[in-house]
Design a protein around this ligand. Sequence first.
Ligand SMILES: Cc1cc2nc3c(=O)[nH]c(=O)nc-3n(C[C@H](O)[C@H](O)[C@H](O)COP(=O)(O)OP(=O)(O)OC[C@H]3O[C@@H](n4cnc5c(N)ncnc54)[C@H](O)[C@@H]3O)c2cc1C
Length: 271
Amino acid sequence: MDLHTVTGYRFAHDRADLALAPGERIVAGGTWMFSEPQIDVDGLVDISRIGWPAIEYRPDGGLRIAANCPIAELAALRPQSGWRAHPLFAQCAHALLASFKIWNMATVGGNICRSFAAASMVSLTVALDGSAHIWRPDGTDRDIPVSELVTGNGTNTLESGEVLRAIDFPAHALRGTTAFRKIALAELGRSGVVMTGRLDEDGTVVVGITAATEWPTVLRYPSMPDTDRLRDDVGSAAGYYTDPLGAADWRRATSMVFAEEIRAELVGAVS
Ligand SMILES: Cc1cc2nc3c(=O)[nH]c(=O)nc-3n(C[C@H](O)[C@H](O)[C@H](O)COP(=O)(O)OP(=O)(O)OC[C@H]3O[C@@H](n4cnc5c(N)ncnc54)[C@H](O)[C@@H]3O)c2cc1C
């Protein structure tokens, strides 16, 4: 849609260009930015041509994804040897309710910075201990787990003028065995529950609940929890919410069912 309050549009080519004037906002894929009025915005700074490498394979086995990497490109990521978690990239990308146009334009960083509960890139990064690398307006950087960056349905701890530069995935998480479940009330509806599980080589288990709770819920165990423990932890988690896409009690109950399915799948995968 036309943003009738916007009078300026410029492309960022380097970090200095990311200094935002009052009223300016970052635009990446623009799929949300151009989907509704932005009455407090009078200028847009486009990061699509800034030249960040979309995907960087790190020497330590980790992975860096640029914030402006299109979700479609991430879904087609080339796996490295030992990356048992690789299927999760496409599974989470497909959890985004999206037309072909949105899928190819929407970016990993835009999805995380918009921070909707149903943000599929939040599901992915939470599942794999992803960390947000943030450029601050004073020239310094900071890193924060995405599970802590996102604080609610549409809220996060990004400060004014901060720009998400990249998401970093550690090698140990990429080598983990993963499981994934998703449900939406309508066939083409936004996700009502997205649940992920990861079993690391050292036995650590990480269960992520997104879309069902307003902020990401992460449960960590030094070894596989039994059925009762996991069900109790999932059922007593905070933040299950009601909206037109699902009632809180349905989200909670579905998460408890998925938790056991994921537990059984991970146990089966290594036995
Ligand atoms: C039909 C439709 C369906 C949708 N379905 C879903 C869905 O299922 N789940 C969901 O989560 N969203 C959904 N969305 C919302 C949106 O399209 C997605 O969240 C998308 O991933 C946003 O990415 P983008 O690159 O287009 O972000 P943009 O629209 O460019 O930006 C989104 C926000 O993030 C900020 N931003 C972007 N990049 C950065 C950065 N690097 N640093 C700091 N701030 C940044 C922008 O200033 C803006 O506030 C949907 C939208 C539409 C129109």
